[in-house]
Design a protein around this ligand. Structure first.
Ligand code: FES
Ligand code: FES
Length: 157
């Protein structure tokens, strides 16, 4: 089937097998390797992307669902003048990244949270990131990075 969608601000029209997973379409067709495959069954959040601003698991979704949607992957997130996005800066500064495998998903889930709830409390942060697993950091630094992201974005607004 032919699908038409926006990915990272670019309009894309593709003839695809509607049964291909969005994760495979992003990585194997569009060469967007920042979206990772961990579990492949909706449990780890490594494949998180934003669809119409909501965090979703690309491993659980078929390409046919992309039609007419707006997708943001980690490659499309940036701050002013192409610099790092404030969420990315905060993750770096707080040392919330070790191997980095979970980081694209964490950053995108954080963006989705803060777009909707600019001043979340710790419980709301934990809830928003509950679908994103990290095997390295122990989460404390990630929570701190989300808090710092919220502060930065508030300063900019
Ligand atoms: S790879 Fe999609 S949730 Fe784990
Ligand atoms: S930094 Fe390694 S999985 Fe999170």
């Amino acid at each position: 089937m032919n699908i038409y969608f926006t990915c990272n601000g670019k309009q894309i029209s593709l003839d695809v097998d509607p049964g291909i997973r969005v994760l495979d379409l992003l990585r194997d067709v569009l060469n967007l390797y920042g979206t990772k495959e961990g579990c492949g069954r909706g449990e780890c959040g490594a494949c998180t992307i934003l669809m119409d601003g909501k965090a979703v698991n690309a491993c659980l979704m078929y390409a046919s669902k992309l039609d007419g949607r707006e997708v943001l992957t980690i490659e499309g997130i940036e701050g002013e003048d192409g610099a790092l996005h404030p969420v990315q800066e905060s993750f770096l500064e707080e040392g919330a990244i070790q191997c980095g495998f979970c980081t694209p998903g964490m950053v995108l889930s954080t963006k989705a949270l803060l777009d909707e709830l600019p001043e979340p409390d710790t419980k709301e942060i934990e809830e928003a990131l509950s679908g994103n697993m990290c095997r390295c950091t122990g989460y404390a630094k990630i929570i701190k990075a989300v808090e710092k992201s919220a502060e930065r974005l508030q300063e900019k607004s």
